[in-house]
Unconditional design. Structure first.
Length: 317
């Protein structure tokens, strides 16, 4: 059963009525309601198209968090062949929120890193809802250093509300791990492409997203703090999250205009959770084009341009 978001209620009602008529027709073959069903489904599709053409920042936040939205595992299975996972930070433990490994993209060997949120209660708990602990970032550093040593491009897929803020994580050096992971990104001499596929939250995202190219799915979000967190700090009222989301400029369209990201990966009307194959195809096209372009650059140029890219953010606003 399709999970509908709050702003999709009109679509839900129309499709619900169509299902009721379809069930009635199945129960009584003498009923001829095919025309009514087609009209309702056409109206639902038109309404959905109209809604997704004018989503505001808070609605995009809801889409980015949709429980059926494809996560790292889905993108990895669709885009990466011969994937071999690597585990552990060689220091404390294996973090399950950040997944790492080697594979092939379009026939080329690559290193792949990404946040995995999980798809049901059990897997979400296993992956800590995509919120990494320090050992997750240290595992990412280990893979980036390996990729640099063997000249492998790095692809990262971002989908986290932020790094895990628990006491244990702080005791094991969460801030230091995030800083060193960001440093590892900036020191790479191989191409690095990051794609925000859902939520890009704070240092938990930038730690593996300081790349030569930063791409975003059309209805993803990327921010220094969640809208709820910002509302709680600014107004001590988390119910003002919609207002905060609008003010923070967290959508792909806003961030492209500000020069924070480089490209938007289009999503079909209704979002990636309704059209996975089309979204994966669009992501493949964007990744391939950027990888071809970056592969033509020298190691020194890749490192220099990446650093200059992030140092320039905010200077011309």
């Amino acid at each position: 059963m399709q999970a509908y978001l709050e702003f999709e209620k009109t679509v839900s009602d129309l499709q619900g009525k169509a299902r009721e008529l379809r069930d009635m027709q199945s129960a009584d073959a003498s009923l001829n309601v095919a025309d009514e069903i087609n009209k309702l489904e056409a109206k639902a599709g038109q309404t959905l198209d109209e809604l997704y053409k004018k989503l505001d920042a808070w609605q995009k936040t809801q889409v980015a968090r949709h429980p059926d939205r494809p996560h790292f595992k889905d993108f990895r299975e669709a885009l990466i062949d011969d994937f071999q996972p690597l585990a552990g930070d060689r220091g404390f433990a294996d973090d399950h929120a950040i997944q790492c490994g080697l594979g092939r993209f379009e026939g080329q060997s690559v290193a792949v890193i990404g946040h995995e949120k999980g798809h049901d209660t059990q897997s979400r708990l296993h992956h800590n809802f995509g919120m990494a602990r320090p050992e997750g970032y240290r595992k990412a550093i280990r893979l980036m250093e390996m990729a640099d040593r063997f000249g492998l491009p790095v692809i990262t897929l971002i989908d986290t509300a932020g790094a895990y803020p628990g006491i244990g994580a702080e005791e094991r050096g969460q801030a230091e791990a995030i800083a060193r992971s960001t440093e590892a990104c900036l020191n790479l001499t191989t191409p690095m492409i990051s794609m925000v596929i859902g939520e890009g939250g704070s240092g938990g995202a930038i730690a593996i997203a300081s790349a030569n190219r930063v791409l975003m799915l059309e209805h993803a979000i990327y921010s220094v703090i969640s809208p709820e967190g910002a509302a709680s700090i600014l107004w001590r009222d988390s119910t003002r999250a919609r207002e905060a989301a609008t003010s923070m400029k967290i959508t792909a369209q806003d961030l492209l205009a500000l020069g924070i990201i480089d490209e938007i990966v289009p999503e079909p009307s209704g979002g990636a959770h309704r059209h996975r194959k089309e979204t994966f195809a669009a992501a493949r096209t964007k990744l391939k084009a950027n990888l071809i372009e970056l592969s033509k650059k020298s190691p020194d140029a890749l490192k220099r341009e990446r650093r200059e890219k992030f140092l320039a953010i905010g200077r011309n606003l």
